[in-house]
Design a protein around this ligand. Structure first.
Ligand code: ADP
Ligand code: MG
Length: 292
């Protein structure tokens, strides 16, 4: 049975845009030691925009962009959506229909067009050797600016790079600062590369970041954090984050997260406002004082 204090805390939360799926998680929140955040769509807006398109000397950037967007059209990743939108605004040509498509979550997309294999995604996906051969390689500089670089490979050759910038949510910094003041250890887990991760981590004030994290790595890191700190929350929005949300003591999703994240989470921030987490922690502390 649910205690009256728990019920009242749940309804109080609802009034503040925090949806709890039961009292157990509310109790664990009062004794939270650490909190992990996904980057894209959680600490950031999740709506990256294309800032740079770079191609090999002998190629036209419009042609490369057209193929890249034609392939990314078959992925739901925020980076893919941004590339498609940019191409639609810039090009007048119709998209190409690839002969085959393979979306590889956490890595990128593979496609075959007229017997040629294309790969679009992070450097480790297209192969770091290919990345080194790219003339006028600005990938490091772009990443240091907090941009994510998407690499485009045609057969064995790296033909282009698309840089995208995803802004840190306006309230992320304040939300993290508040959690730190409450004594919580804050950490960011991301599939993105080290340079980009570092830029976003310092912009959002988290104490630690882990880059190049595959979905299964996120789970491992949550397990390690639990061993080291005790009660751990995970905040995420993506399909990728669902296993980590389920592993944490308290899984938290933002309201505009993917269905899978919303289903898996124990708590949902209806207004996407990360500073509500601190409110929830306070709420649960008050509730526990009443119960005990
Ligand atoms: P994040 O933790 O940043 O949300 P993901 O785990 O979804 O990232 O993906 C990790 C990285 O793999 C991305 O930062 C990107 O470099 C690359 N990637 C994944 N999917 C795609 C895609 N559809 N197009 C281009 N790059 C992709
Ligand atoms: Mg995400």
């Amino acid at each position: 049975s649910i205690m009256p204090a728990t019920l009242s805390a749940i309804s109080n939360g609802a009034r503040h845009g925090i949806l709890f799926k039961g009292g157990v998680h509310l109790e664990q929140l009062s004794d939270l030691q650490a909190i992990a955040f996904d980057k894209t769509g959680t600490l950031t807006n999740g709506k990256p925009e294309v800032t740079d398109v770079l191609v090999q000397d002998d190629l036209s950037s419009d042609e490369v962009l057209l193929v890249a967007a034609s392939i990314e059209r078959h992925s739901n990743h925020p980076l893919a959506n941004a590339i498609v939108k940019y191409a639609q605004q810039r090009l007048n040509e119709k998209f190409i229909d690839p002969d085959s498509i393979e979306d590889v979550p956490g890595w990128g997309v593979k496609a075959r067009i007229d017997l040629i294999e294309w790969k679009i995604g992070k450097s480790k996906f297209v192969g770091e050797e290919a990345v080194k051969q790219f003339k006028n390689n600005k990938a490091k500089e772009l990443a240091r600016e907090g941009k994510t670089v998407v690499f485009i490979q045609r057969g064995e050759e790296l033909v282009g790079m698309i840089a995208l910038k995803d802004l840190v949510r306006a309230e992320s910094k304040k939300a993290i600062d508040r959690l730190k003041k409450q004594g919580l250890y804050t950490i960011m887990l991301t599939g993105d590369n080290t340079q980009t991760a570092q830029a976003i981590a310092s912009e959002s004030h988290v104490q630690e970041y882990i880059a190049e994290c595959l979905p299964e790595n996120k789970v491992d890191h949550i397990k390690q954090l639990k061993e080291k700190y005790g009660n751990v929350a995970m905040v995420g929005d993506g399909i990728n984050d669902a296993p980590a949300l389920a592993t944490a003591n308290v899984g938290i999703s933002v309201g505009d997260g993917t269905d899978v994240a919303l289903e898996t989470a124990d708590m949902i921030l209806m207004k996407n406002d990360l500073s509500r987490i601190s409110d929830a922690v306070n709420l649960s502390k008050r509730m526990n004082r009443i119960i005990k």
